[in-house]
Design a protein around this ligand. Structure first.
Ligand SMILES: [Zn+2]
Length: 389
C-alpha cells in the first residue's frame, strides 16, 4: 500500500467531514454559501485514490465549482454523479446539530446525509475495491454545485460538454430503487399592466385584475387540455400539473387595479418540452392581453428542468433492475438527470436513503442502506467499467 492510500477516510470520517462543511445553496443570498470546501475534500480523496481530478469553476458564480474525477480511459464508461450543496435548514428545530454527523437509532443524522453528500462517502468506499488497471472503460465521479437552487452547476457542465461517457447514475435518495423517469418543471410569472384610476368610472383606467381573470381561465383551459392529452401511469400523479401558486395586484377597493401578477409552475411528463409549453402559453395569453388592452409579460423564474426518461431497454436500467431486484419506477422530484442525458448518457437515478428525509428537519441516512449501496456501486462499476467491452 502506498502512503497516499492512508489518507483515505472511512465512510463515517468522510461523511462527518462533508456534513461539517456548510454548502447550502439558495436563491436568497443571505443563505447561499460556497461549495469549495466540499469540492476540495473530494479532490483530495479522489486524488489519493488515483483519479485524475478536474475542478471546474462555473462562469459567473464565484465560490462555486463542479468536480470531475476520472479513472481509466475510453469513450464509454460510467459516471457516478451527485450534488455537493444542500438546502438551507432550521438548526433550532433539529434534535442534534445539522452540521455534526450524529449516530442515533441505526441512523446517521446531518444536513446532506441522504440528499446527498453522503453518497460520495459510499462511492469512495466502493472504488477502493478497484485499481486503474482493472478498467476497460473509465469510471467518473461528478460532483456538482447549486442543484438545490438553480442547477447552474449541471447546466454549466451540459454547456461545456466536457464530460463524456455512456452511462450515468445520479445518486439521489431513492431507497436504492432504480428510477428512469421524472417530470420536468418550469416556473413562470404572468405580469399584466393596465392603468390605475378612480373606481367610480371604469373608463378612467384598465383593470388588470379583470384581465387576470381571463388569463386564469385560459391557463385552466390549457391545464385541462394537457391533462386530457397526456398521461403516464408510471407516475403517482399520472398527468401534467399546473399550479397557480401566488397572485398579487391592486391596493384599494376604490382604485382600478393598475397591475397584477400571477406565478405558477407547470410539471410536464416525459415526451413534453418546456420550450414548447412556454410558447403555447405565450400564444394563448397574447390575444387575451390584447382583448383586455393590458401589457403582457411572461417571465421565466428559473431556466427549468426538462422531463426525463430513459428507455426500459437501456443496459443500465436492465442492470440496475437485476442488481436491486426492483422494477424501475418514476418519481415526482426533478434531478440533474436530464442534463446528463443531454450530454448523451443513458441515465438513471439510484441512491441510498429516502427522499422522505430530504429537505426535512433531522435528515438522516439509515445505516442499513450503506452496505447494500456500496455493494451495488461495486457491481455497477464491475459491469460498466471492468467487464465493459
Ligand atoms: Zn438532492
Amino acid at each position: 500500500m502506498s502512503t497516499s492510500v492512508k489518507k483515505l477516510p472511512s465512510i463515517v470520517e468522510s461523511m462527518s467531514t462533508l456534513i461539517s462543511q456548510n454548502s447550502i445553496s439558495s436563491v436568497l443570498p443571505q443563505y447561499d454559501r460556497s461549495n469549495m470546501d466540499v469540492i476540495h475534500s473530494l479532490a483530495e480523496w479522489f486524488e489519493a485514490l488515483g483519479f485524475e481530478v478536474d475542478v471546474l469553476p462555473i462562469a459567473g458564480e464565484p465560490g462555486k465549482a463542479n468536480l470531475l474525477a476520472t479513472m481509466g480511459k475510453g469513450d464509454g464508461g460510467l459516471v457516478l454523479s451527485g450534488h455537493t450543496d444542500t438546502v438551507p435548514c432550521n438548526p433550532e428545530k433539529w434534535t442534534s446539530d445539522p452540521f455534526t454527523l450524529t449516530e442515533r437509532d441505526g441512523k446517521y443524522y446531518g444536513l446532506g446525509t441522504c440528499d446527498m453528500k453522503g453518497f460520495f462517502s459510499l462511492v469512495i468506499e466502493a472504488v477502493q475495491a478497484f485499481k486503474a488497471g482493472d478498467f476497460k472503460q473509465p469510471l467518473m465521479v461528478l460532483a456538482t454545485a447549486d442543484e438545490e437552487s438553480s442547477m447552474t452547476g449541471a447546466r454549466a457542465l451540459a454547456e461545456q460538454g466536457k464530460v463524456k461517457g455512456r452511462y450515468a447514475v445520479v445518486g439521489e435518495p431513492t431507497s436504492l430503487r432504480p428510477i428512469r423517469m421524472h417530470k420536468g418543471i418550469i416556473m413562470e410569472t404572468v405580469r399584466l399592466t393596465g392603468k390605475a384610476g378612480h373606481s367610480s368610472n371604469p373608463d378612467l383606467g384598465i383593470n388588470s385584475i379583470d384581465a387576470m381573470h381571463d388569463v386564469i381561465g385560459e391557463l385552466r383551459n390549457l391545464r385541462g387540455e394537457l391533462q386530457r392529452n397526456y398521461s403516464n401511469a408510471h407516475f403517482a400523479v399520472s398527468v401534467p400539473t399546473l399550479n397557480l401558486g401566488c397572485i398579487h395586484g391592486g391596493d384599494n377597493p376604490n382604485r382600478i387595479c393598475g397591475s397584477c401578477e400571477l406565478a405558477f409552475d407547470l410539471r410536464a411528463l416525459p415526451g413534453m418540452s418546456n420550450d414548447d409549453l412556454r410558447e403555447q402559453i405565450r400564444q394563448r395569453l397574447n390575444p387575451i392581453a390584447e382583448q383586455n388592452k393590458v401589457e403582457f409579460e411572461l417571465e421565466t423564474l428559473f431556466p427549468g428542468v426538462e422531463p426525463f426518461e430513459t428507455a426500459k431497454t437501456s443496459a443500465l436500467v436492465e442492470a440496475a433492475e437485476r442488481l436491486t431486484g426492483y422494477q424501475s419506477e418514476a418519481v415526482a422530484f426533478a434531478t440533474e438527470a436530464p442534463f446528463l442525458q443531454a450530454l448523451g448518457f443513458e441515465t438513471i437515478v439510484l441512491g441510498p436513503g429516502s427522499i422522505d428525509q430530504a429537505h426535512q428537519v433531522d435528515e438522516f441516512i439509515a445505516i442499513d442502506q450503506i452496505e447494500p449501496c456500496v455493494e451495488l456501486l461495486r457491481s455497477l462499476i464491475q459491469r460498466f467499467c471492468v467487464d465493459a467491452s
